[in-house]
Ligand binder design. Sequence first.
Ligand code: IPM
Ligand code: MG
Length: 353
Amino acid sequence: MKLNIALLAGDGIGPEISVQGRAALEAVARRFGHEVTFTEALVGAAAIDATGDPFPRETLEACQAADAVLFSAVGDPKYDNDPAATVRPEQGLLAMRKQLGLFANIRPVQTFDSLLHLSPLREELVRGADFVCIRELTGGMYFGEKHEGEDEAWDTNKYTREEVERILRVGYQYARQRRRHLTVVDKANVLASSRLWRSVAQQMMGEYPDVETDFMYVDNASMRMIQEPRFFDVMVTENTFGDILTDEGSCISGSMGLLPSASTGTGTPVFEPIHGSWPQAKGKNIANPLAQILSVAMLLEYFGLSDEAACVRRAVDDSLAEGVRTPDIQLPSAPRYGTREVGQWIAERIASV
Ligand code: IPM
Ligand code: MG
């Protein structure tokens, strides 16, 4: 297969982990006889510095021309504490999602047996937890009408039937490939938008009699996720709730540096770690490249390359088993490996087994 990848490294630790994601993809391509080409493009603070725009036209065009985007992270502290800033790195990410029509964000929450001790939850609670959060990504408060005055401000949480229906269908497709259990997370006891979600889901569930559908308020879901994470199989929710719940989900695994995600919809799909740009670690060779490398596995799965994806996942598992780990997940007395060393080890493992 020929794959043209737009490589958007972004800010902070983004460039360092991007290199390792690329190395893993090149190794797998060599090993399985695929042809991968990369087009690098700017996004986030790096793009603002160069062009004034966090998602410049050339970047959009590079994404549109590609088969997939391998994205790393955006964000820079110089914008975080300045509410008056009119242009922000995060706008690049939101513009990319909107302009590529990426309405479905797939965020798997998985645990690794060798890392259970890192979870803030007790091992017996998290062992075997394995669910997918499907977050609606182009609607709701993120993109609804806003007003920002001196003394008054608001965001509108608007959803249409069509938007709700298409994301629920993605959820049902995942549920059918998994344990056939779908939980719709909303706040229908308070919010009109959530009542639309619930009624659309109630109308659709009859089409999926083989899937068990249940409904949970978001406050309750946030509690259930840490009380009994194994309850969940596929969770579908709106943009804002999904943003919050997936950060909570990521800590179940023990490190944010472990979880990949995929964003799909009508345009070029994007594969990215769920963690941010961790500016404090920039250039220190300490960031964990696994979430980025596992994003490569999700990319391969998207194109039906399941043996290739399995090879990447195996190499990641082997690196954990053999103790080749960055400091965030390393045992106290074991040697610490850098971003580069872990990435190179995995690329070599992909090439050799
Ligand atoms: C995420 C991030 C983004 C979001 C930010 C960086 C705009 O937190 O992908 O979860 O809120 O969607
Ligand atoms: Mg988030």
